[in-house]
Design a protein around this ligand. Structure first.
Ligand SMILES: Cc1cc2nc3c(=O)[nH]c(=O)nc-3n(C[C@H](O)[C@H](O)[C@H](O)COP(=O)(O)OP(=O)(O)OC[C@H]3O[C@@H](n4cnc5c(N)ncnc54)[C@H](O)[C@@H]3O)c2cc1C
Length: 457
């Protein structure tokens, strides 16, 4: 059922009874009203109505966050129809878009035809520009920051319905907060991004062992613009990957296995089967590695196609940022724990990526060159596979070296812990309080991670 919200100039309907579920189907909620605005006036109107009735408001993008970060039982504003191009400047290589624009559409339909590209992106492009920025989404490349470091300007609407602009030169503290804001500062309406001329990437992938890569980690990282490696859990095997800009022509036959029905279902079926015989996970992982990744592979393609990779089917996932110099210690400890726990379902991959330090207030890479280590357990055919022990062991290891969890991915940390993890955490909270004194943009997740009071209560 649609419920209309009226204002003198415009009218927008919110839907009742619609539920929101994230991509991994691990979190779901039933907002009181679900809105899909297409204009700024409509957003201002929804916020006005929410203020009048003391409702909470949560903005969502594509719901790809593997946590309850986007959930609410108040008003939900789905920004996916707020997705127009505002301006493109080929000379300066910048683009300004409405915040609900899908990254994939921006790259393929706007940037590519204008001979431009994003400097660096994450594993998937099925995310909104604002969703990606709000959660500190990252790709890999030791000289590249998290994706928010490509942002030049952000426009947002505060809880009071005021439109505010921030950038490197205007409202600079607000800008350093808004570049990773968890959606807590207001509704982001427009984002200007620094791009670069379109480029192709030459990817070289080759197998090795964990010790080989860890013993020469600095050389590996320095050897490529976008280096990463993936560890096959319960084995010594890693797949190393270098991605570098090239002018060579496209040549890419690498995805034949993954793009087939057989590839997708073989992996899913094998992991589903292993849920009845947990001790077989190691064998499955070794076999997969031998069959699929034991030979070097090269390909050249346009940047998005190489940066993005297949994340298969729904999964539980956690991703922590640690100071880069602790990479070897953490991975060796995690390997030791997996050796002692051969029955733990630890699925591929343990993904290891690198980012340079930044000054965004609550960016996981704040103030330090960073290594992100992402671990996961799939949900083959939707089946629950126990992961709590694996997570607890991993978190124990990363927390000892100053780890910070990825904001979008499920974790149990609270404001108290974050106040020790982030030197400017209190400043971020002060800005949030100023932007949203009534807590209109809070939800259960944000109360947990941002509000000390909610934990004392
Ligand atoms: C398969 C898969 C692969 C992934 N790979 C990576 C990866 O390689 N690297 C990485 O770092 N992350 C990765 N992620 C996480 C993903 O990048 C983030 O969860 C991202 O936020 C998803 O964008 P979204 O549009 O779905 O946002 P949502 O999940 O819908 O929302 C995320 C947050 O943004 C806020 N928000 C959204 N739009 C606005 C707005 N306009 N104004 C204010 N707040 C807003 C929401 O309130 C919420 O707090 C992956 C996730 C999946 C499912």
């Amino acid at each position: 059922m649609k419920v209309s919200v009226n204002m003198a100039s415009c009218k927008i309907s919110g839907e009742q009874g619609r539920s929101f579920t994230n991509w991994a189907t691990t979190f779901t909620c039933k907002p009181e009203l679900y809105f899909e605005p297409t204009t700024t006036e409509e957003i201002i109107q929804i916020l006005k109505e929410a203020r009048r009735l003391s409702k909470r408001v949560k903005v969502c993008g594509y719901g790809h966050s593997p946590s309850d970060i986007a959930c609410t039982d108040g008003y939900m504003i789905d920004m996916r129809r707020f997705n127009q191009l505002i301006d493109i400047n080929e000379k300066n290589c910048t683009v300004k878009v409405q915040s609900g624009c899908l990254l994939k559409d921006l790259i393929d339909d706007v940037l590519e035809p204008h001979g431009m590209a994003m400097q660096n992106i994450a594993a998937i492009s099925e995310v909104t520009i604002a969703g990606m920025i709000c959660t500190g989404t990252h790709g890999t490349g030791a000289n590249y920051g998290i994706i928010s470091t490509q942002v030049l300007e952000i426009e947002l609407i505060t809880a009071a319905g005021k439109e505010v602009i921030c950038s490197h030169t205007e409202n600079t503290d607000l800008f350093r907060a808004a570049c990773c804001s968890l959606g807590a500062l207001g509704v982001i309406t427009a984002v200007t991004l620094q791009c670069e001329p379109a480029f192709k990437l030459h990817q070289r992938q080759w197998p090795g062992t964990l010790d080989e890569v860890l013993d020469n980690l600095d050389e590996h990282i320095a050897s490529s613009e976008h280096f990463k490696f993936s560890l096959m859990p319960h084995t010594e095997s890693v797949l190393m990957s270098r991605m570098d800009r090239t002018k060579e022509p496209v040549s890419d036959v690498s995805s034949w296995f993954w793009s087939t029905f057989v590839g997708y279902h073989c992996v899913q079926f094998a992991y589903w089967l292993s849920s009845f015989f947990p001790s077989t996970v190691g064998f499955i992982n070794r076999t997969l590695f031998y069959l699929l990744f034991s030979k070097p592979l090269e390909r050249i393609n346009i940047s998005r196609k190489v940066f993005n990779f297949d994340c298969f089917f729904p999964q539980y996932v956690t991703d922590w940022a640690i100071p880069r110099e602790h990479t070897a210690t953490v991975l060796r400890e995690l390997r030791a724990w997996l050796r002692e726990n051969p029955n733990q379902a630890a699925h591929f991959w343990i993904e290891v990526r690198f980012c340079r330090s930044d000054n965004i207030m609550i960016s996981p890479a704040y103030g330090r060159d960073t290594c992100f280590i992402n671990i996961l357990v799939y949900r083959p055919y939707g089946k629950f596979i126990p992961y709590a022990n694996y997570w607890a062991a991993y978190e124990n290891i990363v927390k000892r070296v100053g780890g910070r969890p990825h904001w979008a991915k499920a974790h149990k940390e609270t404001a108290k812990e974050f106040s020790h993890m982030y030197p400017e955490f209190n400043k971020f909270c002060e800005i949030r309080q100023k932007m949203d004194p009534q807590g209109m943009f809070l939800n259960a997740y944000l109360e947990r991670v941002l509000c000390m009071d909610s934990q004392q209560a």
